[in-house]
Design a protein around this ligand. Structure first.
Ligand code: KE4
Length: 426
């Protein structure tokens, strides 16, 4: 593929942005080569500056459950734009999206819209600390909950240990407010409560992990951590920014029938526009300013255009688009597993709903330590081959692939043909 125009634009970007990107994972660091520069997106496809087309399984890292530039979402956005596009005051679009979200996620009896998943997690954890009067937050090794200081920590040695920052610039005292444990290990959570009695405000997890690649909860795990949090007076926070509306229309809490105290959403509820949300029982949310003492604010929170895009996206998902995306994801998984078997490749496919990951290691991958065994170099080689074949997989073994309702039988067939050639060559 010719990429002269992308290369020139990326070189210019490297003089403007750190690493040439506005979010690190876009830099292709773990798969090598320079990223292409996008000219446009339509349906399941992206087109780069040199005119190359790619079937897109990144989909803006999850938000585009309907694919790019969906015409009905565009019409809703245009109608909103005609009314002006930022008020800094309540508008009906906020009410309509909130009512739709609450209908799909009933545990969010009351909620607050913000402009990113990171902000929503920050609000949720500040609320949890205020509601419990406790300081420590438990998170899972490999869990990603946005880039706020306290959560940029990964496990230190041992299991229920005090976090050791994995980013420069995070004060040790802040990193130490996080306790890191492996996912899918309820005993580790029990040990965390035993090691820090009366000090843990909340346990935050991705109920279906997407940020290590796709890792489903073990049977009974979510019920076990629900029980432990209740018993120890800590709040259970489901970070469904990534898995919400992608593993099921009501999110992981609907799929597994486990109720968190606070839910965090993002991505899909903005339909590609900046929206995050956190919510829970009214008695809990009434602690948030201006009603209560927990301050949280945002200039563009509840942006009317973003509300319109999110609402239309959820409506179309409910009208059958989610079911179509799910059918395509199942077809892709079936075909991929067949190819792995045919080529005797040491790899496994893990999928929940419309999110899946091909790990280059024997399965099951149940936690971060398992995922770390995957052959990242082999994944990088596959990624490059697939890109040349016009299929854009997530540029990291540790990022999940997303399927939209715009990925029809044709796109899945083209993807599987490209996979057959790439895996055979690997
Ligand atoms: P944002 O602040 O990026 O909107 O959301 C943070 C976040 C919170 N919680 C979960 C479970 C998430 O997956 C994310 C963001 N996900 C990453 C990719 N896995 C976004 C891509 C990026 O960082 O550029």
């Amino acid at each position: 593929m010719r990429r002269e125009l992308s290369r020139a634009a990326f070189q210019k970007a490297c003089g403007l942005f750190p690493g040439g990107v506005n979010s690190p994972v876009r830099a292709f660091k773990s798969v090598g080569g320079d990223p292409f520069v996008v000219a446009s997106g339509s349906g399941a496809r992206l087109r780069d500056l040199d005119g190359n087309e790619y079937i897109d399984y990144v989909l803006s890292w999850g938000p585009l459950a309907l694919g790019h530039a969906h015409p009905e979402v565009r019409a809703a956005v245009n109608a909103a734009l005609d009314r002006g596009w930022s008020y800094g005051a309540l508008c009906e679009g906020e009410l309509r999206l909130a009512e739709r979200v609450r209908a799909l996620v009933p545990t969010m009896e009351m909620m607050r819209f913000v402009s990113s998943g990171t902000e929503a997690v920050m609000g949720a954890l500040r609320l949890a600390r205020a509601a419990t009067g406790r300081d420590l937050i438990v998170k899972c090794d490999g869990g990603y909950h946005g880039h706020s200081d306290g959560l940029l920590v990964s496990a230190g040695s041992g299991l229920a240990t005090l976090g050791v920052s994995s980013s420069a610039g995070v004060p040790a005292a802040v990193a130490a407010t996080s306790v890191v444990i492996p996912i899918n290990d309820a005993a580790a959570l029990e040990r965390a409560f035993a090691n820090h009695p009366g000090r843990i405000a909340a346990f935050i997890l991705e109920p279906v992990v997407g940020n290590v690649g796709l890792i489903p909860p073990d049977p009974g795990y979510l019920e076990a951590v629900r029980g432990l949090c209740t018993r120890h007076g800590a709040l259970l926070v489901f970070d469904e920014v990534l898995c919400g509306f992608r593993v099921a229309l009501g999110g992981a809490q609907a799929l597994y029938q486990v109720k968190p105290d606070i839910t965090v959403l993002g991505k899909v509820i903005g339909g590609g526009f900046p929206v995050g949300a956190y919510g829970g029982a009214r008695t809990l949310m009434e602690r948030i300013a201006p009603l209560g003492p927990v301050y949280q604010a945002g200039t563009l929170s509840g942006n009317p255009v973003a509300m319109a895009a999110g609402l239309k996206t959820l409506e179309i998902l409910e009208q059958g688009a989610f079911a179509r995306a799910l059918a395509s994801a199942e077809e892709l998984e079936r075909g991929l597993c067949g190819l792995l078997e045919k080529n005797s490749v040491s790899a496994c496919v893990q999928r929940v709903g419309t999110i899946l990951t091909l790990f280059f290691c024997q399965g099951p991958v149940r936690n971060y330590a398992d995922a770390a065994r995957a052959d990242r170099e082999r994944y990088a080689r596959l990624h490059r081959r697939m890109l040349e074949a016009g299929v854009y997989l997530p540029p990291s073994q540790f990022e999940a692939a997303f399927v939209s309702s715009a990925h029809g039988a044709g796109e899945i067939a083209i993807t599987l043909e490209a996979l057959a050639r790439s895996l055979a060559a690997l």
